[in-house]
Design a binder for this molecule. Structure first.
Ligand code: CUA
Length: 378
């Protein structure tokens, strides 16, 4: 008796510890998207639903197997437990029938699970024949570039898509391996650096069933800021999306080499504040553009109204409609004037290892001019 109480005392903290650990692990499985915006358990697209259905099916089978096996195990331990004075049990070596049975049953279960698994693999790897929106996704250390060749939009980190439409992504990398992952909309998919000898462009598709702002993440280790190579997918109504496209097309490198059409008398012609761009002779624009060139920003960033507005392959993100973005630094900071000023003051402090290296420190005057300039471009 004394022995079993002593044992219980020792076992109890261990059991409590294990239970706590199990609870902590289970809390990670919540579908609460507010607390865990990158949950895979709250699918918001048909692609993510396909994957989730497969997960639920396999999980269901796994639970059945677990309960049966553990039930039989516990029953056997209890039923055939040793009692004081028991004789030596009969010694056996192997049981051919049992071994055949417990090999065949798992094989059959795996074969059954393989059917929906293979179906899902094929369906999720397909390239849609008639997508509504095509987007090129290019991974960079440590940000995402999006080009909409059919719509003439180039942007960074925040992908806008219309709800209920089939989105087809073609994805590659400008430097090293990355992996595009928007957990509630689509599964992880690697993006490979392409070159003359290697041209693997990975496809991915999804059709979101609800509007919303979904965050995502690079899912392949790609260097010091891998963990902060974030992204957003903003799913909008068709009208909102069309308005966004109309705004982003202005000065896009994919539309007339980045030239903004001159205002005409008979239409509400761009650029107009309604379409997100300040007038060309606005003092904020004039001073900002000058600082953008003098400060060296122009070496890496395309920007509407500057000589390199039409460039699509510069090192840094296109900044033409920067003011309309919700975040900066690849979903790292809210896009506020303070954060932008801090970024321009010392990009390495804001994102250590970032490839943004200033040719010389900017003065406080230059920083406030650039903040006003970039934020004025919606
Ligand atoms: Cu890009 Cu990790």
């Amino acid at each position: 008796m004394a022995l079993s109480i002593g044992l219980l005392r020792r076992v109890r903290p261990l059991a409590a510890g294990l239970l706590t650990l199990a609870l902590l692990v289970l809390v990670g499985c919540t579908t609460n998207e507010t607390t865990y915006p990158q949950t895979t358990l709250a699918p918001k697209s048909d692609f993510a639903t396909l994957v989730d259905d497969l997960f639920q099916t396999t999980f269901f089978w796994a639970v059945i197997v677990f309960v049966l096996v553990e039930g039989v195990l516990l029953f056997a331990i209890w039923k055939f437990r040793g009692r004081p004075g028991d004789p030596e049990p009969a010694q056996v070596h192997g049981n051919a029938m049992l071994e055949i049975v417990w090999t065949i049953i798992p094989a059959v279960i795996l074969a059954v699970i393989a059917v929906p698994t293979v179906q899902t693999i094929f369906r999720t790897s397909a390239t849609p024949e008639h997508p509504d929106v095509e987007i090129e996704v290019i991974g960079h250390q440590w940000w995402w570039e999006y080009r909409y060749p059919g719509l003439g939009v180039v942007t960074a980190n925040e992908m806008h898509v219309p709800v209920g439409k089939t989105i087809s992504l073609r994805m590659w990398s400008a430097d090293v391996l990355h992996s595009f992952w928007s957990p509630q909309l689509a599964a992880k998919r690697d993006v490979f650096p392409v070159g003359p000898r290697f041209q693997k462009i990975n496809p991915l598709w999804f059709r979101s069933d609800t509007t919303g702002d979904f965050s995502g993440q690079c899912a392949e280790f790609c260097g010091i800021q891998h963990a902060r190579m974030g992204l957003r997918v903003i799913v909008q109504t068709e009208e909102e999306f069309a308005a966004w496209v109309a705004q982003q097309r202005l000065g896009s490198p994919l539309v007339d080499g980045g030239r903004v059409p001159a205002p005409s008398a008979d239409t509400l012609a761009p650029p107009s504040p309604a379409l997100g761009l300040p007038a060309d002779d606005d003092p904020v624009v004039v001073a900002g553009r000058q600082t953008f060139v003098a400060g060296g920003c122009i070496a890496c960033h395309a920007m509407v109204g500057t000589p390199l507005a039409g460039q699509v392959s510069l090192m840094g993100p296109n900044l033409s409609h920067f003011g309309s973005r919700r975040t900066l630094g690849a979903n790292m900071y809210p896009n506020t004037g303070e954060n932008l000023a801090a970024w321009l003051r010392d990009p390495q402090r804001m994102k250590e290892g970032s490839l943004m290296v200033l040719p010389r420190p900017l003065t406080e005057d230059e920083i406030s001019t650039l903040v006003a300039y970039l934020r004025a471009h919606q």
